[in-house]
Design a protein around this ligand. Structure first.
Ligand code: FES
Length: 104
């Protein structure tokens, strides 16, 4: 896909690998992780399995809001952690820093 000259780029910093990926804003987190080497893995891709459970250590406001299905799973697996998200449910609109929470 050709990048527009006026495209806004954002940085995704992965704490687990100390690696930064720079991409266009407005892309699905899951698609970015599929395209680049990232420590975030996916299973169901539908807010059911928690394989993609992450903590957003910076830039939480730069992701799209929590979906209803995501909220249900987060309330079980990450109760009390307001920075937890399911990477399969997020669109990245600004720079973020990420740490994997899913059990390996
Ligand atoms: S991949 Fe299963 S919840 Fe995100």
């Amino acid at each position: 896909m050709k990048r527009e000259d006026n495209a806004v780029t954002v940085n995704l910093y992965f704490e687990d690998t100390s690696k930064t990926i720079t991409v266009e804003s407005g892309r699905r987190f899951m698609e970015i992780c599929d395209e680049y080497d990232s420590p975030v893995f996916f299973g169901c891709r539908a807010a059911s399995c928690a394989t993609c459970l992450v903590e957003i250590t910076a830039g939480l406001e730069n992701l799209t809001p929590i979906t209803p299905d995501e909220e249900v799973l987060l309330s079980i697996l990450a109760e009390g952690n307001p920075k937890a998200r399911l990477a399969c449910q997020c669109v990245v609109n600004g720079s973020i820093a990420v740490k994997v929470l899913a059990p390996s």
